[in-house]
Design a protein. Structure first.
Length: 135
């Protein structure tokens, strides 16, 4: 199944190839973060010039128009638009904390969540990909 993620502001496709590419800011550093487009896959690639530690709250931006992707209703989450080849489309929300594994796909009335931290109510450590020592 093909999954396309796009910027809610400029509608640029954020996964032109196999990874979702986002601009990230944390503690006055900036860099690119590559995320897996596959729900529940938390492998992330972070450039060396953006040293992230477990629990860091990362600010994600569209790499094309710099739009801030932080969700308006919950500042612990970032969001993008998604469209699957099945026709399903909506918004995907993911935790901004580095190492926190929580992703929510919201399409009309349907919500699907992925990751072992989805039940956490804010106190968790982590984000879309990282954690572990092997990245
Ligand atoms: Zn954009």
């Amino acid at each position: 199944m093909k999954r396309t993620y796009s910027c809610p502001q400029c509608h640029a496709v954020l996964n032109p190839n196999v990874k979702v590419i986002l601009a990230a800011y944390c503690r006055d550093k900036r860099g690119l973060v590559l995320l897996s487009p596959q729900p529940g896959n938390y492998q992330a690639i972070v450039t060396d010039d953006l040293p992230l530690a477990q629990g860091d709250l990362v600010e994600f931006h569209c790499p094309v128009c710099s739009h801030l992707l932080t969700a308006s209703h919950d500042e612990n989450l970032a969001s993008m638009d998604f469209r699957f080849s099945t026709g399903l489309e909506g918004k995907v929300y993911f935790a901004r904390r580095y190492g926190e594994h929580a992703t929510y796909f919201v399409a009309s009335d349907d919500v699907r969540s992925y990751g072992e931290h989805v039940a956490d109510s804010g106190g968790g450590v982590n984000f879309f990909g990282a954690g572990g020592d092997d990245w």
